[in-house]
Design a protein around this ligand. Sequence first.
Ligand code: AMP
Length: 142
Amino acid sequence: MTGCIFCQIIAGTIPASIVFENSTLVVFLDHRPLFPGHCLLVPRQHLATLVDVEPELFALLSAQARQLAIAMEEALEAQGAFLAINNRVSQSVPHVHIHVVPRTKGDGLKGFFWPRQKYRGPEHMEEVRSKLEVGLRKLQQS
Ligand code: AMP
């Protein structure tokens, strides 16, 4: 799509450090990595958000993200990985992408990324759980 920075990377019209590509997806290095080796995995097709991705395609993207996370352990001596998708909120590029970030114990990402909150109490927790259960059921029946 014209104007989409990731479509331009996929088309090769703007430079990127490509790690892997096939007919469905492209993996390249994030140019402002959380840690060296931080990758972005994108479908070739311009799909703005997670909602636009069909489950079959999402399965392919997830399988590739999994492989990449495993490869980081040997290739980059990572001890693990962090996988994330910013869906709409905090999504700065409207072409769906999975962040795959190599992790090492004590690398400091935890505190930075996860400011935790508390439920107001057990009733609040149950209210939220129940809303999610109902919402999921509605979606599965539609
Ligand atoms: P998000 O904020 O989850 O939408 O992530 C978008 C990511 O794209 C950010 O981590 C950016 O650093 C990365 N990014 C944006 N433009 C480029 C580019 N031209 N090459 C590589 N990574 C990019």
